[in-house]
Design a protein around this ligand. Sequence first.
Ligand SMILES: Cc1ncc(COP(=O)(O)O)c(C=O)c1O
Length: 404
Amino acid sequence: MSGVNTINEAWLAARGLVAGGFTDEEAIREFEKKFAESVGTAEAISFGAARMGLYAVLEALDFKPDDEIILTGYTCEVVPNALVFRGLKPVYVDIDAVTFNIDAAKIEAAITRRTRAIIMQHTFGVCADVGAIREIAEKHGLRVIEDAAHSKGTSWQGVPSGALGEVAVFSTDRSKMFSTLLGGMVTTSNRELARRLRKIQGNALFLDDRTVRRILFSLIFEVVFYSPQLLWLGLSVRTLGEKLGVFFYYYDLMLDAFPANHPYPSRLSAVQARIGLSQLQIFPENLKHRREIAAWLQSRAGWYHSMAPGEQSCMRYPILVRDSQALVQRMKKRFDLKGWCSIPYQSPARNPENTGYTPGSCPIAEKVSRHIVTFPTHPKVPLGVIQVEWMKHEKWILENLVRL
Ligand SMILES: Cc1ncc(COP(=O)(O)O)c(C=O)c1O
């Protein structure tokens, strides 16, 4: 559920529907420049989605087939997709049971002669163990790629996420911190890497005009319908709209082969870049709102042992409960509490062998996938609504809370 885009951005999308101009490089460069400034890197290079940005990064870093890349066992399936599409081998490391980030103490055991990089994901915007990961990377001569899909606004020792590794990949998908409905951004201060990424971007295709129009239409629809008051209606309208083909989202989760209905990697359109510029302007309020909600939930649930909301993006507020589906059902008319990431082998549509995941190898990630629910923090959900809904269910939640 999106909640980040504004009425003003719905107007930008509507104007784009009429005026076109989807490949205007000037708007795209402007967005990239401002995005880079916002995270303090020399460069930012946009793509159609974070998964495609990652795919480009893996090429720019010149990894070779069968090179091994370490990543968390609790992530979005499109991350190992990008690796597998490049012929690389994902090596999963289990997670910490509170932060849901990769457990740095388990990384070294996964390193082999073929290991080339560690993907450092900040799950739900809570900063990964940056110091430990960097130290391991340095000791073994590995690259650090930040998966910053959830962490626009997170910082570590005053340095923003996006500048914490050699290169970072952001998602500007509607469900993330910062929405261009669909989209991705790669940030780096390594000029040579940036030059290679620009070349890959230059060779990537824009989506066709009809698809961009469907994206813009989806954004307008979400601005109107995705609020706690209208979510019940919005979800039904979306199902209908998808059947009629008026909306467009990437459905290349869990694939074993390149998607057939759009280019991969694709480019971000200029209208989405203009929407991104608007998002950058209002980002401080967005972040403040999320932190307020997370701080309140932290005061009730106390999930994190220690958490400084001022340093986290607080994209979602997660907890584990015995029967996660029961809580999802209890709250489904108001919020979508879904667990977000999962473990790769759970994907029903996917050949488990192609994920490279051995069932049982990340036991904590597997348990977390079964028990997690995540509360939304985005600006369309007022703190008061979260408070009312939480208090209605608090007794049940606290009785059912699970700590691993
Ligand atoms: C941790 C993580 N990384 C990467 C991605 C991919 O982002 P995108 O949908 O923009 O490709 C996601 C998407 O949910 C994610 O959760």
